[in-house]
Design a protein around this ligand. Structure first.
Ligand code: ADP
Ligand code: MG
Length: 761
């Protein structure tokens, strides 16, 4: 049975409405051992004939029989298998992979050999056989035409396929090189069917067993010149190798991986560029992930209070003031741990602006918003110690403050919270920069901070001061709107603080002189209560008739920052006295602390039975319709930004991957013409794209580690949680796979011939 039989084969080309005949009515039979020369004028259909025989192009009429089997019903995958098993193709313009070395080009055709060393050995042998040993490590692009064609011959030898088709293999070579190549082809192919298309019959005359001439798409003549000589049979070993390799899934995955690596390293500049683009893409997702953290924060329910485990907030159903005695009784009755009567500060952070003067200058280096808490400890390492008196404070804050505040010991001794200078005795750092900083006071310090906070934040304060020194000096009257609390002041004096800017007042008041003064203070207090929805007002007046007032220009460096033109500096005792007076008469809320939230929840109904309205501190409140709208709008905007970023990234990566794959369009076609399985090429492409993600992932990992270890990094990058990193990595891999998948579909959609160089001619 003939190896190949063409029966009435016809192929027409239709392009732009023009119909061209490729070949028509071709009846030919080919057998093993033949060396067939096909000649004919340009455009007569020689290439078309070879393309049909190789299964790289379709035909419209007749039937091609392979080992007696008809093939007109073949799908692309069947043709692929046919090419893999039977065909080696040698083109006029070489079709080696230019970015691969000679060795890589040949090894590509040896994929059916599982063992890497064995494969390498075979490739080296074959390269030696075509006389290219010295060029083994040279890239295809660096070879001469003859060397390229030798590589191609080595490659077809490597494949050891029974049919070698050569379309003007020497068309681009000088006559001496042409001779060598044809001789080589003859030497290596005794046992195979070789069909050589040439316009120069003399060159092959010496070897040809048969001469076919094509004219105008049809066979003009078909002469047998001599009997084919078969020296050895088609290597059965190779065929078995191939059959086996195709059956094991592992081997094509392995081959795909190897191919991917080879493709990745073959074009280093392109790969580098791709890595860079992937890095940009990944960093993009990184920032989107950081943004998504804020978006989910926007989606979080609104809490009435700052949640502390075990905290119950209560007010009386009657709206009356609660007393300390009552609270103490509740604590014993309900088995609670403690109570905090004036708990307002626990829920505030806006007004607790903390100013940290730098260690060596009078100007502040850092401002932060902090929650306040008291008597509560955290797990992290303390630099310094916990506060022990009312004027001491510990800061719990992000690691980015470490350079400022000290790593082993504290560099800063005073900080300012709510215009009060506190001694900073301890610091704890944390890495999760999504968390708010906190100020930790002693119970007494917390009480004082509350007093200051409420006087500054919730009261309309006015100090009217008239000064009278001894003798007959006139009265000097001025108003101060600012109160500066101080731990260093005597309790029976009020200092007038004047900055050097205010000359008119300064000129009339001698520094360091004591005046007798008449000062009055008015505080109008108002506060909304979340539980009962009532706003309380309270007015309070306090006269300092007989107190002595001293005019001082405060020396402490931080004060300069705090002072408007006039202020009065008041001792903590006086402030507490005023604040407690007001709070006692107007504050209707308190907190009781239980072991944990479970205990707290159980206590709520008991409290309700006793005439209180009580809630656990993680209770949410209904936001007003305006607030709901704006938070919904914020949320929608966030989500829109998120989607836009993802869409942009998908687009971006598609662009990158399509460019990157496009550069291999021709090489892929060559691989396909060599009969390399499409799935192997596919895996190679995926692997190559995934490899380009690795530098980006390494940089993300480094960033993550730096955020976790370096105070400077922690300041500028959002701390992400493990799940967010998972989103980044899985997201990028998925996007890459998806876009590569689409690109590959486009690349493989076309027939091999159309994707090949000069395929449209
Ligand atoms: P040869 O290889 O002998 O020079 P070809 O087989 O390339 O000839 O071409 C045979 C005929 O088919 C020519 O008339 C050519 O114009 C036409 N042809 C070949 N390829 C195409 C194509 N892709 N589209 C349209 N016409 C084609
Ligand atoms: Mg041609």
């Amino acid at each position: 049975m003939a190896q190949l039989t063409l029966k009435d084969i016809g192929k027409i080309y239709v392009s732009d409405g023009n119909v061209a005949v490729g070949i028509r009515g071709v009846n030919l039979s080919f057998d093993r051992g033949e060396f067939v020369a096909i000649t004919g004028k340009s455009g007569s259909g020689k290439s078309t004939l070879l393309n049909v025989i190789s299964g790289m192009d379709s035909y419209e009429e007749g039937e091609l029989y392979i080992e007696g089997q008809p093939t007109s019903h073949y799908l692309e995958s069947d043709l692929e298998e046919y090419r893999e098993k039977y065909i080696s193709f040698i083109f006029q313009d070489y079709n080696i992979i230019e970015s691969f070395t000679v060795l890589q080009n040949v090894e590509l055709a040896l994929m059916h050999i599982e063992d890497k060393n064995e494969r390498r050995k075979r490739a080296v042998e074959l390269i030696d056989r075509v006389g290219l040993s010295s060029h083994m490590k040279h890239k295809g692009s660096k070879l001469s035409g003859g060397q390229k064609q030798r590589t191609v011959i080595a490659r077809s030898l490597a494949k050891d396929s029974p049919i070698i088709l050569a379309d003007e293999p020497t068309g681009n070579l000088d006559s001496a090189t042409s001779k060598e190549i044809l001789k080589l082809l003859y030497e290596v192919s005794h046992d195979k069917l070789v069909i050589v298309v040439t316009h120069n019959f003399e060159q092959v005359e010496e070897y040809a067993t048969r001469h076919i001439r094509i004219f105008d798409g049809a066979v003009e003549f078909d002469h047998t010149l001599k009997a084919p000589e078969i020296i050895s049979g088609y290597s059965e070993d190779t065929r078995k190798d191939k059959e086996n390799s195709k059956k094991t899934k592992k081997s094509w995955v392995k081959n795909g991986l190897a191919l991917g690596r080879a493709i990745f390293t073959a074009k280093p500049k392109l790969s580098l560029f791709l890595c860079l683009l992937m890095l940009i893409g990944t960093m993009g997702i990184f920032f989107v992930a950081a943004l998504s953290g804020e978006a989910t924060a926007e989606l979080n329910p609104s809490y009435m209070f700052n949640h502390i485990d075990g905290r119950v907030v209560l007010t009386k159903q009657s709206g009356e003031i609660i007393t300390d005695d009552e609270l103490a009784k509740l604590v014993t009755d309900l088995g609670a741990e403690s109570f905090l009567h004036y708990d307002q500060l626990l829920d505030e952070s806006m007004n607790q602006q903390v100013i940290i003067p730098s260690a060596d200058s009078e100007y502040a280096d850092a401002f932060l918003m902090a929650h306040s808490t008291y008597g509560k400890s955290y797990g992290d390492k303390v630099i310094g110690r916990y506060p022990e008196s009312k004027d001491e404070v510990l800061l719990y804050l992000p690691i980015s403050y470490q350079p400022e505040l000290g790593k082993e010991s504290l560099k800063v001794s005073n900080i300012i919270i709510g215009r009060t200078v506190y001694k900073l005795v301890g610091v704890k750092y944390y890495y999760d920069n999504n968390i708010d900083p906190e100020c930790l006071f002693t119970d007494e310090g917390f009480r004082f901070a509350t007093a200051v906070h409420f006087l500054v934040g919730y009261s309309d304060m006015r100090f009217k001061i008239s000064l009278k020194s001894e003798g007959d000096e006139p009265e000097k009257i001025f108003n101060a709107h600012t109160m500066i609390p101080s731990f260093d002041m005597p309790a029976d004096k009020i200092y007038v603080g004047l900055t050097s800017y205010n000359m008119s007042v300064n000129n009339n008041i001698a520094s360091g002189t004591e005046y007798t003064a008449e000062a009055s203070f008015v505080a109008n207090y108002y506060r909304y209560n979340y539980i009962n929805g009532i706003t309380r007002y309270y007015s309070f007046e306090r006269d300092f008739k007989n107190d002595e007032i001293t005019n001082v220009l405060p020396e402490f460096n931080g004060y300069e920052l705090l002072l408007p033109s006039e202020a009065i500096i008041i001792s903590d005792e006086i402030i507490c006295e005023i604040a407690e007076n007001v709070l006692k008469n107007s504050y209707v809320q308190a907190s009781i602390f239980f072991k944990d939230d479970n205990a707290a929840k159980k206590a709520v109904s008991a409290l309700q039975d006793r005439g209180y309205i009580a809630v656990v501190s993680d209770t949410t409140y209904e936001v007003g319709s305006d607030d709901a709208m704006s938070s919904l709008l914020g949320c929608v905007l966030m989500i829109a930004a998120f989607i836009a970023a993802v869409v942009f990234l998908a687009f971006f990566i598609t662009l990158c991957s399509s460019r990157a794959l496009e550069a291999f369009r021709e090489d892929i076609a060559i691989m396909r013409s060599m009969g390399i399985q499409v799935k192997v090429i596919r895996i190679g492409m995926y692997v190559r794209m995934l490899l380009s993600l690795i530098p980006a992932f390494i940089i993300v990992a480094i960033t993550a580690i730096l955020i976790f270890t370096s105070p400077k990094f922690n300041e500028y990058f959002t701390y992400l949680y493990a799940w967010q990193y998972a989103v980044i990595i899985i997201g990028m891999v998925a996007l890459t796979l998806k876009t590569t998948h689409n690109q590959i579909r486009r690349l493989f959609g076309k027939s091999v011939k159309k994707s090949l160089r000069g395929g449209d001619v």
